[in-house]
Write a protein that binds this ligand. Structure first.
Ligand code: AHR
Length: 499
């Protein structure tokens, strides 16, 4: 198998936001996972776990989406500001029916972004909030001068406005966000987005419109057409991004299966589903290319990842699952797709950051563990802000049962400051793969760094009593032969090599 990398053909800029995260008020994602409160014995800064912040800083989190998800469309931001003892409690109807005490609200989220050094992506409530409520949240966050909301913010201890980079109007409005039909949502979107005011003209908030959750592009077409006027398709800048959600339910919604004890067949189905991301992106790119050839609107895949049955004995509404080497491959193959489509895909958020679905970190009391997916984020961070290079795969072998055959390799390459980063995954369950990386006219002279994430068993995972089962290690399975790189990849492995 061969990867030809063309250094002279840049696909586009890989927006660092492609490596973004999502954290919802769901299970132990926020509470326990990220936020333990100032009084906790677990070391924290303003209630936010120090160990988790420290681990997340190592993978360079570019952007964080909050407060949901389905939760966003029932979240009333005013319940989460002011003295904690006075904050209104609510029942989290979407996720386990637990009491939400609103101790983590706007100020705490913005502090978390500050500690992570990342951009803030706030998901507004369209399902159960008025346009006034949404617009006042924007005013509270970013307003300047003396307005009712800025005065309230100051009273709550924050004088300066925050910088909010992204604001979305609703979430999955075709489903948990209100079961809307596309034309109804499109009109509401036009209406609500009007009142996302820009108080800081230097830093305009980018507006995000709800997109589809399947490969059907009807939703995309309808919402886009509502944002263009007349036969000339005049665009008024109503949106900067449109979202896309795609989860890997290995055998459909009712066939998720265990996160750790899956059959070989389910492994192939999972990878195949993950790779289907490319088809969904392509279909939506085609619609966008039609409406927006100037590429003003970007795709934001703000929910993606493996979704399995919850771990035994845990609350079914908390979506807590382990994460194995299969998830590492889902992540690497997905990132390769995002990189290759970076002209349109400018943001993505894994679902979800801590303790929920395909997390990068799991916690249990004081303990914390980094999942295999964490190490993929770590290796791929070199792609952030680089130029994606055109790669061409040839002689690719396939593997797996008839209906679920998958290509044996996935790859992407980028260049930054004259250094090429190549990521290659061997998606094969049991076989090693020889891969030749060829730079055409250019020659590889020196490898600067080479890392690998793999494990003997595809079902291996890191747990609180065996944290190091799947980690990033130095990789020496390469050779430079006449200016080409020959890679010897073990079964189910992900390699990152810089030269
Ligand atoms: O990530 C879990 C849930 O999946 C989100 O709340 C929702 O948007 C999606 O259906």
């Amino acid at each position: 198998m061969k990867i030809t990398i063309d250094k002279n053909r840049e696909v586009g800029y890989i927006d660092p936001d492609i490596y973004g995260h999502f954290s919802e008020h769901l299970g132990r994602g926020i509470y326990e996972g990220l936020y333990v409160g100032e009084e906790s014995e677990i070391p924290n800064i303003d209630g936010i776990r120090k160990d988790v912040i420290c681990a997340l800083k190592e993978i360079s989190v570019p952007v964080l989406r909050w407060p949901g998800g389905c939760f966003a469309d029932e979240y009333h931001w005013m319940d989460g500001i002011g003295p904690k003892e006075n904050r209104k409690k609510m029942v989290n109807t979407n996720w386990g029916g637990v009491v939400e005490d609103n101790s983590f609200g706007t100020h705490e989220f913005m502090r978390l972004c500050e500690l992570l050094g990342c951009k803030a992506y706030i998901n507004g409530n369209l399902g159960t909030a008025t346009v006034r409520e949404m617009s006042e949240w924007v005013e509270y966050l970013t307003g300047t001068g003396s307005t009712p909301m800025t005065e309230l913010r100051k009273k709550n201890g924050r004088t300066e406005p925050w910088k909010v980079d992204y604001f979305a109007v609703g979430n999955e409005s075709w489903g948990c966000g209100g079961n809307m039909r596309p034309s109804y949502y499109a009109d509401l979107y036009r209406h609500y987005q009007t009142f996302i005011r820009n108080y800081d003209p230097e830093n305009p908030i980018k507006k995000i419109c709800v997109g589809p959750g399947t490969d059907d592009t009807e939703w995309t077409k309808t919402v886009l057409s509502a944002c263009y006027e007349g036969a000339q398709r005049v665009f008024h800048g109503f949106m900067d991004y449109i979202t896309l959600h795609h989860y890997v339910w290995p055998d459909g919604w009712n066939g998720k299966g265990s996160a750790t004890k899956y059959s070989d067949e389910l492994f192939y189905k999972s990878i195949k589903k993950a790779l289907y991301m490319e088809t969904i992106i392509r279909k939506n790119e085609a619609v966008l290319d039609d409406f927006d050839p100037e590429e003003k609107i970007a795709l934001c895949v703000d929910e993606w990842g493996g979704w399995y049955d919850v771990e035994e004995g845990t609350n079914p509404g908390f979506l807590y699952q382990q994460s194995t080497m299969r998830d590492a491959l889902i992540a690497s193959a997905t990132f390769d797709i995002f990189n290759r489509h970076c002209k349109r895909v400018k943001m993505a958020c894994i679902a979800q950051m801590v303790n929920v679905l395909q997390s990068v970190i799991l916690t249990e009391g004081k303990k914390m563990v980094k999942t295999p997916t964490y190490y993929i984020f770590k290796m791929y961070k070199h792609h952030q802000g680089a130029k994606c290079l055109d790669t061409y795969l040839s002689d690719v072998k396939t593997e797996g049962p008839d209906d679920f055959t998958i290509p044996k390799i996935s790859s992407s390459a980028s260049i930054k400051d004259g250094i090429v980063t190549l990521t290659v995954s061997n998606l094969s369950l049991n076989e090693g793969s020889e891969v030749l990386a060829d730079l055409g006219g250019d020659k590889v002279s020196k490898v600067l760094e080479a890392k690998i994430v793999t494990a003997k068993d595809i079902r291996a995972y890191n747990d609180f009593d065996k944290e190091e089962a799947v980690t990033e290690k130095d990789f020496d399975g390469y050779e430079i032969k006449e200016g080409k790189l020959s890679l010897n990849l073990p079964p189910h492995s992900v390699v990152m090599i810089r030269f």
